[in-house]
Design a protein around this ligand. Structure first.
Ligand SMILES: Nc1ncnc2c1ncn2[C@@H]1O[C@H](COP(=O)(O)OP(=O)(O)O)[C@@H](O)[C@H]1O
Ligand SMILES: [Mg+2]
Length: 271
C-alpha cells in the first residue's frame, strides 16, 4: 500500500482577499520527488509555505481547506509540530546563515561531531569549513543549506527554486544529491521554473497556473507535456524537440534527457 506523506485537500490561500491558490488537492507518497512547476506568480512559493506551516503561522493570509503532513495538521496544531521533520530551504539562502563560518553554522544545528563530519564528507564541504557562508558561491551555499537540513531529523525537504543561480556543474551536483536523498527515503518537493534538470529524476510534477493545479502526476505523459506547453512557463528544449520529432517519428515514450532522445532515435532508425 502507498504510504501518503502529505495530504492536501481543497487548499485555498488568499492575500488581501486575492486568492493565489485555488482549491488544491493532492496526495504525495513518502519517498517521492515532486516538482512544483508553473510560471512566475502562479503560487509555487505559497504552496511550499503552506506545506512548511510558514503560512498562516509566520505570514499572515487567509487559508481554507486542510493539510496533513506525516499525520500532523500544521494549520490546526502550529508550526512547532513540524520542526525537525520538515525543512524549508528558502530561495534566498542567506536567510539561513547566522554565523560567519561554515563550521559554526553546522555546529549551531548539531553537536554530534561524528554525524557532522559525515554530513561534511557527504556534501564535500571539508575545505570550506573556515569560510563565511554568505561569501560562498551559489552552488556551495546550496550544499551548505542541504547540510543544515540533514542535521535535523528531516523527513520532508522543501526547496524553493534551488537551481536559480547555479552554473551547469553545480546543477548536476545538487540534482545528484537530491536524487540520492530520495533513494535514501526522503520526500522532496522542489519549486522550480527551470524544470529541465529535475524532470528526469521526478516521480511527479505539479503544474500550477494562476493558483490552480492544472496537472499532478508523472512527468512522462502527453497530458503533462500539453499542460507545460499551455501553461505559459518556459518549455524545456528537449520537450520542444520531442514535440516536433514525434509528429514524424511516433516515439514509444516521452524522452526527458538527451540520452533518452538519442535512444529513441536510434531505435527508429534501426527499424
Ligand atoms: N506576502 C504576500 N502578500 C501579498 N501577495 C503576495 C504575497 N506573497 C506572494 N503574493 C502574491 O501571490 C501570488 C503568488 O506568488 P508566489 O507564491 O510567490 O508565486 P511563484 O512562487 O509561483 O512565483 C503572486 O501574485 C504574488 O504577487
Ligand atoms: Mg516563487
Amino acid at each position: 500500500m502507498v504510504n501518503i506523506c502529505i495530504r492536501v485537500r481543497n487548499l485555498s490561500v488568499a492575500y488581501d482577499e486575492h486568492y493565489v491558490l485555488k482549491n488544491i488537492s493532492m496526495d504525495i507518497p513518502c519517498g517521492e520527488l515532486v516538482v512544483i512547476a508553473g510560471p512566475r506568480g502562479s503560487g509555487k512559493t505559497t504552496l511550499l509555505y503552506a506545506l512548511s506551516g510558514f503560512i498562516p503561522h509566520i505570514i499572515n493570509c487567509r487559508i481554507e481547506g486542510d493539510i496533513e503532513i506525516l499525520g500532523i495538521n500544521p494549520l490546526r496544531d502550529g508550526i512547532e509540530t513540524l520542526v525537525d521533520r520538515v525543512f524549508l530551504l528558502h530561495s534566498e539562502l542567506n536567510l539561513h546563515f547566522l554565523t560567519e563560518k561554515v563550521l559554526d553554522e553546522l555546529r549551531l544545528h548539531t553537536e554530534d561531531m561524528e554525524y557532522l563530519n559525515e554530513i561534511v564528507e557527504y556534501l564535500g564541504l571539508r575545505e570550506y569549513l573556515d569560510k563565511d557562508p554568505k561569501k560562498l558561491s551559489a552552488g556551495l551555499k546550496q550544499r551548505l543549506a542541504l547540510a543544515l537540513a540533514l542535521t535535523k531529523n528531516t523527513k520532508i525537504l522543501l526547496l524553493d527554486e534551488p537551481l536559480s543561480y547555479l552554473d551547469m556543474n553545480s546543477i548536476q551536483v545538487v540534482t545528484g544529491i537530491l536524487y540520492d536523498l530520495v533513494l535514501k527515503g526522503m520526500t522532496i518537493i522542489v519549486s522550480e521554473h527551470r524544470i529541465d534538470y529535475l524532470l528526469p529524476i521526478a516521480n511527479k510534477i505539479a503544474i500550477l497556473v494562476n493558483g490552480e493545479l492544472r496537472y499532478f502526476g508523472t512527468p512522462r505523459s502527453h497530458q503533462a507535456l500539453e499542460t507545460i506547453i499551455n501553461s505559459g512557463m518556459r518549455v524545456p528544449p528537449i520537450l520542444k524537440l520531442f514535440t516536433r520529432l514525434n509528429n514524424i517519428l511516433r516515439f514509444r515514450s516521452i524522452p526527458l534527457t538527451i540520452n533518452e532522445l538519442m535512444e529513441e532515435l536510434t531505435l527508429r532508425c534501426s527499424t
